[in-house]
Design a protein around this ligand. Structure first.
Ligand SMILES: C[S@@+](CC[C@H](N)C(=O)[O-])C[C@H]1O[C@@H](n2cnc3c(N)ncnc32)[C@H](O)[C@@H]1O
Length: 220
């Protein structure tokens, strides 16, 4: 996102939907005179938000509580797969409405190949298939964006690395760091977690490589 953040220097209005704990929004706005709004459907997430964020609002990305032409940029990081097919389309229509002409929509998500590369998924056999149903493919998502009027100007892979202690990693998995696990049958979840623990028996630090896809779209 660094290449895009450089476009947002002064007096811009930025919205993040599904902002969670605002880690992306805080990074996006730090050091810039932008006015930022974080919106999430769960207030508990926003209560964790400590960064330099202008306003925190509980709300639904599918019915945005903002006037038309309100924002210069809208970020949706790892959230569009949570709205369902109809909800995602509603969100895109709303995103188009609240952006100014020339405004940017940035979606960070996982392609179906990105999903297959996730370390956790290899321990839970049915998770990949269920995730491929939840996450739209990148061609489908870009088509949906175009169908509501966006010009999709860039689609880029992103690779990030994260090192976690075994304890941090297992806590992240157990505490819902991967919403995939919410959909698994109980037996598969229990067996997968046992296998994960056993595979990490001699490991102190877990090296994670995250694969994502960034779609940049512009409201012409
Ligand atoms: C996987 S988390 C990502 C959080 C944050 N973007 C990040 O990357 O750190 C997905 C977020 O989307 C939020 N969410 C799910 N459905 C939503 C909806 N309909 N409207 C707004 N937020 C929603 C969840 O509460 C959660 O905070």
């Amino acid at each position: 996102m660094d290449d895009l953040t450089s476009r947002f220097q002064h007096d811009q209005f930025v919205l993040q939907v599904g902002a969670g704990t605002c880690r992306y929004l805080a990074a996006f706005t730090r050091g810039r005179s932008v006015y930022s709004v974080a919106l999430d459907i769960f207030q508990a997430q926003l209560l964790e938000c400590t960064g330099p964020v202008g306003a925190r609002l509980q709300g639904d990305a599918r019915i945005l509580p903002f006037i038309t032409d309100a924002f210069d940029a809208l970020l949706a990081v790892m959230t569009t797969h949570q709205y369902g097919d109809v909800g995602r389309r509603r969100f895109l229509v709303e995103a188009f409405r609240v952006l100014t002409s020339g405004g940017y929509l940035l979606v960070k998500t996982c392609s179906h190949d990105d999903l297959a590369r996730r370390y956790v998924e290899s321990h839970f056999p049915s998770s990949l298939a269920s995730n491929r149903k939840r996450y739209p493919s990148i061609p489908d998502l870009t088509r949906e964006m175009q169908s509501v009027g966006f010009n999709t100007s860039a689609v880029e892979p992103r690779v990030t690395r994260e090192q976690l202690s075994k304890r941090e990693f297992l806590q992240k998995v157990m505490n819902g760091g991967n919403s995939t696990l919410d959909f698994l049958p109980r037996d598969e979840l229990v067996n997968g977690l046992a296998r994960l623990r056993s595979d990490l028996n001699d490991v102190n630090v877990v090296d994670l490589v995250h694969h994502h896809t960034l779609i940049q779209a512009r409201r012409e």
